[in-house]
Design a protein around this ligand. Structure first.
Ligand code: URA
Length: 187
């Protein structure tokens, strides 16, 4: 069976942290298994916990619009997942323990996909994927090498764009130009 399908099934049975007690379902990820771009967010929110797919709420609308406008890629062209696969209660930020507990699952997912570029949206993904904790104002738009061989770019979480308005959206657009350049050069 396809490795990703198997991993998604395993995620549904996962009890590695207490989020398993309050989640409706694990939200493993969605998109084509041959996607060149993998987008990694923080964790599912209420809509995602109910619907079973990542970024299907308001943040997702912003993200998908920007991917389309800046990269010409639709939701079905990219693989979208989260650093933490289960919804934290009240949408709080995942704890360090929760991020660590989900780490092997994320690493296996990235390895199975083998994307060219990882787009980390928000500080949780930045820490989980790159192990970098520098402030977003410094990290965004930079290119990081990762152990899996893909290049990673950090940008703001779309929830920050919903709060911070056009200034954050403009920064996200600039960061996506870095992704676009990487996708066009990556063989
Ligand atoms: N925020 C995230 O980080 N991920 C989602 O899937 C939805 C909102």
């Amino acid at each position: 069976m396809n490795n990703l399908i198997l991993q998604a099934q395993e995620a549904q049975a996962c009890r590695a942290c207490d989020l398993a007690k309050s989640r409706r379902q694990a939200v493993f990820g969605s998109g084509p298994s041959d996607a060149r771009l993998m987008v990694i967010g923080e964790a599912p929110g209420r809509h995602e916990d109910e619907g079973g797919a990542p970024f299907i709420g308001r943040s997702g609308q912003v993200l998908v619009r920007l991917l389309e406008e800046e990269l010409g890629l639709g939701r079905d062209d990219v693989y979208i997942a989260n650093a933490v696969k289960c919804r934290p209660p009240e949408n709080r930020t995942p704890t360090k323990q929760e991020i660590v507990a989900c780490g092997p699952r994320l690493a296996a997912q990235i390895a199975a996909l083998g994307p060219r570029v990882l787009l980390c949206v928000g500080a949780t993904a930045q820490r989980a994927v790159i192990g970098d904790a520098s402030p977003m104002r410094e990290a965004h738009g930079q290119i990081f090498e990762t152990r899996c061989g893909a290049k990673a770019v950090v940008t703001y979480h779309p929830a920050a764009a919903l709060r911070g308005g056009s200034r954050i959206v403009d920064l996200m657009r600039q960061d996506l130009h870095v992704v676009r350049a990487l996708l066009s050069t990556a063989s």
